[in-house]
Design a binder for this molecule. Sequence first.
Ligand SMILES: NC(=O)c1ccc[n+]([C@@H]2O[C@H](COP(=O)([O-])OP(=O)(O)OC[C@H]3O[C@@H](n4cnc5c(N)ncnc54)[C@H](O)[C@@H]3O)[C@@H](O)[C@H]2O)c1
Length: 376
Amino acid sequence: MKTRVLVSGGAGFIGSHTADLLLKKGYSVRILDNLSPKTHNGKWPEYLDKRIEKIKGDVWNKNDWKKALDGISYVIHLAAWMDLMPEFSKFTSINITGTANLYEVIVSQQLPVKKIVVASSQFVYGQGKWKCSKDGIVYPKDRPESDLEKGIWDPKCPKCKGKIASLPNTEDHNDPPNAYAISKYTQELMAINFGRLHDIPSTALRYSIVHGARQSFKNVYSGALRIFTLQLASGENPTIFEDGAQIRDYVSVLDVASANVLAMESSKADYEVFNVGSGKGYSVSDLAKQISNQLGIKPEIKPNSSYRAGDIRHAFSDIKKLKSLGWKPEYSEKENIAQFIKWFKSQDMNATILKKTQLKMSKLGVLKSTKNTAQP
Ligand SMILES: NC(=O)c1ccc[n+]([C@@H]2O[C@H](COP(=O)([O-])OP(=O)(O)OC[C@H]3O[C@@H](n4cnc5c(N)ncnc54)[C@H](O)[C@@H]3O)[C@@H](O)[C@H]2O)c1
């Protein structure tokens, strides 16, 4: 009989690609997914392989985990609440309690699960690692509102208040700045510590921003690639916050799927946390240019100086640790964008969804602008 893997959140973007790779490698795959309206339209997505066993259920519900874990050897736990909205308790009830439920059911039922891989995020670094010529390595906190209002985008040295330079984030640091990141970091802590305590090998993966086909167009959280593509395709200029020079690290969903499977299979990954990024950083303006080039249009790529409260200035992960296990990113950002655009063109989409989410963010005060700049 084939070894059976459970992928929670397996109907989603990363989960479905991970399920495909597992099938290709000869595993049998079951998914547990509640078809969250944040991502789905109330039905199982058509892209799911027919060989996948599907269980509709919620990670918040222990009985759903019990059903889903029956006969399972490995778990890749991806289901999560992702949002930019201030619904703090949703992050704790779904992400934190959901992960606690997974370990609790395995421990209480003495299930023979051999390994658990838990999805974390680059977001756990907060403003991340910087270097000050006077004070060395520093970890600035959120940028003060008074600086952002004046269009001062870079954080300052927390010690001497001088200029600092951004460095790639390494796994030895964390400073989760918001409810989502706190929930992701707590998931990591639970995975590593409950895992050790109960002898369930576990690994947490801090993904950078994941790009590729099947990314949901409904999710407010789901980033610049989706938003820029929707705007550009509907004839609008892309909304580029701050000065557009923010560095981001975009990794292919196919590379993330292979990292998930490697972490699952390799005992060298047990009780460890790894970054999963592309090893390359791009400015947000550059991303907008790459997308417009591939769409064959020439919009005005101009930052608008508005900003999002709590946004990270630069986010870029050091991927040496995972590379030391033999993994490496295989897909370029150009290929990721091409895959996404192909997917986008196959979808029935319009810009109303985007407008609705942006309006909701403005109303809740998540979206702000500098004092001297008109809101676009
Ligand atoms: N996409 C990214 O750029 C990114 C970056 C860092 C980390 N992550 C993490 O990767 C994981 C997967 O993200 P994704 O981008 O594939 O998102 P997604 O929305 O495409 O997939 C998530 C899936 O989880 C399901 N789900 C949500 N709540 C659930 C619940 N309570 N019970 C059962 N199923 C539930 C959804 O229906 C969906 O199918 C998440 O844990 C996320 O935090 C994603």
